[in-house]
Design a protein around this ligand. Structure first.
Ligand code: XMP
Length: 319
């Protein structure tokens, strides 16, 4: 009779057996997998675990505070909040090519993680939220999209380079089982049910050059859009929803004046695994109300469009 409660006990025993009393480090992203892995490890080994949350300045509104606040203050984990916004945004200044953006972010992420990890006295293990499908796919479709999804926060190649051994307590689980385990461990439903968020963050939702001004506008518009989706009870029906700020300004009218501000695109898709996706069929009322709210509440945007492209031929992200 197999239950999540029993799995949890078994997993905890295995972790203790593997790591003994050695210090363990973990890259915490706030996504479901790394969150559940961190919570499980913390239960198994307490303060032997130190999590590093890398803040690259490409997170959503209040995201860093929410993730760090929940794990550090609410769950009592040791969390280092690596505030490296200046570094990442500096290196990305003037860069518009999507793959170059990803490469810069991926490389800096590893550098930064290593820098903080080096400060943790005697660390012997690196914990990762690798799931069973990641294990399978990295063997059969090496280099395919699922590997890319993982390659950012699951710092590939780094353990060997740093002389660390891997702890992967979720290696036998599928996504729905990870969610059940997270629930069992007392993680709030709002964390367990979160939409996936890409490692490069808002960088790939800001096509073209990234500026702080655009990021600020994007964060505000995205927050209004997600608020609308939650208010209408649609969040759990959608695989991923976000705003992309477009690299174009268009003319509008507001009051007696003419505006010349950014256009944005709303994206929402349904999907099973992110490999294929359909655009979400919002009602026209929902779209109209959301456009009105964004334009009224977010200075810097005067035009809202809805992306009705499915995948393929489109991708879910804009870059
Ligand atoms: P696309 O845009 O390729 O996205 O249809 C499929 C899924 O992968 C996520 N994604 C990424 N995740 N690093 C990540 O960690 C990336 O570079 C990356 N690119 C796309 C995307 O959010 C979606 O869930």
């Amino acid at each position: 009779d197999w239950t999540m409660g029993a799995y949890r006990e078994e997993a905890i025993a295995k972790i203790r057996e593997q790591v003994g009393d050695a210090p363990v480090i973990c890259a915490l992203s706030g996504g479901v997998d790394s969150s559940v892995a961190a919570a499980l490890l913390h239960e198994a080994i307490g303060d032997q675990l130190t999590c590093v949350f890398v803040d690259h300045g490409l997170l959503r509104l209040n995201e860093a505070e929410e993730v760090v606040g929940m794990f550090r203050d609410h769950m009592n984990l040791r969390v280092i909040h690596a505030q490296e916004q200046e570094l990442f945004l500096g290196e990305l200044d003037g860069v518009s090519d999507p793959e170059t953006k990803r490469k810069i972010i991926g490389k800096l992420f590893i550098d930064v993680f290593q820098k903080y990890a080096d400060d943790i006295e005697g660390a012997e293990f690196l914990a990762q939220g690798t799931l069973y499908p990641d294990v399978i796919e990295s063997v059969s479709f090496s280099g395919g999209p699922s590997v890319t999804i993982k390659s950012h926060h699951n710092v590939g190649g780094l353990p060997e380079k740093m002389g660390l051994k891997l702890v992967e307590p979720l290696r036998e689980l599928f996504k729905d089982e990870v969610r059940a385990l997270g629930h069992e461990l007392g993680l709030p439903a709002s964390f367990i049910g979160r939409h996936p968020f890409p490692g490069p963050g808002l960088a790939i939702r800001c096509p073209g050059e990234i500026t702080r001004e655009k990021l600020d506008i994007l964060r505000k518009a995205d927050a209004v859009y997600i608020d609308q989706i939650r208010k209408h009870g649609l969040y759990d029906e959608i695989w991923q929803a976000f705003v992309a700020i477009l690299p174009v300004r268009t003319v509008g009218v507001m009051g007696d004046g003419r505006t010349y501000d950014y256009a944005c695109a709303l994206r929402a898709v349904t999907s099973v695994d992110g490999m294929t996706a359909d655009y979400y069929p919002f009602s026209h009322d929902f779209l109209g109300e959301t456009a009105t709210r964004i334009i009224n509440e977010v200075k810097g945007i005067n035009r809202v469009t809805y992306d009705v492209t499915s995948k393929p031929p489109g991708t879910i992200e804009w870059e």
